[in-house]
Design a binder for this molecule. Sequence first.
Ligand code: SF4
Length: 370
Amino acid sequence: MFAEYFSKFNWQQVEDRITTATLQSVEQALSKKDPLNLDDFVALISPAAAPYLENMAKKSRELTLKRFGKAIQLYIPLYLSNECTNACVYCGFNHNNPLERKTLSETEILNEIKAIKKLGDFEHILLVSGEHPAKTSFEYLRNAVRLCHKQFSSVSVEVQPLDIEEYATLVQDGVTAVYVYQETYREETYKLHHPKGKKSIFEYRLHCPDRIGIAGVRKIGIGALLGLENWRTDSFFTALHLHYLQNTYWKTKFSIAFPRLRPYAGQKQELHTPSNRELVQLMCAYRLFFPDVEISLSTRESAHFRDHAMAFGLTTISAGSRTDPGGYSISQNELPQWEINDSRTPAEVVQALKKNGYDAVWKDWDSALE
Ligand code: SF4
């Protein structure tokens, strides 16, 4: 399990390694013909690599074109519920927030699907919910997956961490990918930001991608919420995790995302969020270390940034997203989980892709291919 491997690394020592990386180590990483290793990744995410961004971007673009062509996959999230027993301090769905709570009924899910189908040719849907074992029980989630499986070729979930058998059951029901973000790999900081509910158990979440891999889910998505901690150090641990998972579950596909945290109500700690330039550096470093991995950016990022990021390794984006339950067919005013920064319609996003010479890929998977 990853936890054993993870325990061999010390946060401060990793941070020092990144801070003291040299220009030579960056140049060595960039001149390599062989696959890169973790030391190279450390060099590429370090402050020393900043002057080499143009070179990194060029290599990253070439590698992405070679592996993925000029194609960007599109998906849309469907928020099932904003009820949550956790109290993640940065989240709009935090249990302590005085917000009107809603969990979609079966009819409402079907209405959302109908509304989504009118927005575009979406074939990839991501089901998202707060973590509330009673309101969004495993059976509730199964039913939602089965409803979507009838109308979408790819159904992913970003819901509460589950056990191996539950993930295996979801695969039978039609789930093709599971996304679970560690948020931060520094346990002390994790505890500070996740004070309540099952999510407060750091290890249970850390073990989750292993459980998903053992259950045989086709694709696993991981990532850190950039800003909770030193984003470079958290990115090292995310890469360590991804590297371990790729070696352990070699039949599985992987996806990486790097959501940036924004200021939130009641914020006490300083945010360690990367700038646009630093985020591009990070994206390129991931692409160079993981040539085949899916790199995803949600509508949390601006239209301008997403349009430019296509050239540096991005492969997957959401479009037309609503981040409140019922957002497509019922309300337009509920408190979202996070603020949307790219509010273009799917048609506008497709147009922007075309303008940049990219094809929009609505469907990238069919269970008949298995
Ligand atoms: S981040 Fe997820 S688990 Fe945490 S409060 Fe928000 S919805 Fe709940």
